[in-house]
Unconditional design. Structure first.
Length: 198
């Protein structure tokens, strides 16, 4: 059994506090960009515009629903964290993350009790961190919008660069299932102790 840690790719996005709902939901079109390059089933290519940038879009109902659900949860967590007045929340109030994991189904060998089955192991992680900014003036708002556009463009280019360069760890397709590699999206996962997602 291979015990190597799966590759983890990090992406940074920024979002203005006044438009966090739109930017997080639209800005995480980056998730669609990743799926476009890592979803190994036949798809009809499409695109959508986000902050003057055209990104690929995967128009699969399951993926759209999952992304909508998870981005809504992230927006809710960011809203909750930003409205907390307690000092213990101030360090995390302007930051959240979504982790997209691609999984491989492996046959589990029979053990002492003869139990066989399948286990899912992670073969790739994408960590998308969202940082909230706030504007106190029109000048700051314009600067934040430019920052959001720049971070989204850099993120899209980083995805394209990574998916083209990092292909050696992708497991072979050994099944006839429609989607050979399951996936999951985690919102603000804990990274310590037993709850570690990777």
């Amino acid at each position: 059994m291979d015990n190597r840690k799966p590759p983890e790719f990090s992406i940074e996005l920024s979002a203005d506090r006044s438009s966090v709902k739109d930017v997080v939901k639209e800005g995480l079109g980056i998730l669609h960009t990743i799926f476009f390059h890592r979803f190994f089933t036949p798809i009809y290519p499409s695109s959508h515009d986000v902050l003057d940038l055209t990104l690929p879009y995967v128009s699969e109902d399951d993926i759209e629903s999952l992304i909508e659900t998870k981005t809504t949860a992230l927006v809710r967590a960011l809203d909750t964290a930003s409205t907390q007045q307690s000092p213990q929340y101030t360090s995390k109030a302007g930051r959240g993350s979504i982790v997209l994991q691609f999984l491989e189904k492996k046959r589990r060998k029979a053990g002492w009790f003869g139990v066989k089955g399948e286990e899912e192991t992670v073969w790739e992680n994408w960590v998308i961190s969202v940082t909230l900014t706030s504007a106190r003036s029109e000048t700051e708002a314009a600067r934040n919008k430019t920052s959001m556009e720049t971070s989204l463009q850099k993120a899209a280019m980083r995805v394209v660069t990574l998916v083209n360069a990092e292909r050696g760890h992708i497991p072979p397709i050994t099944t006839n299932e429609t989607n050979p590699f399951p996936y999951q999206i985690l919102v603000n996962p804990r990274t310590d102790g037993w709850t570690r997602p990777f």
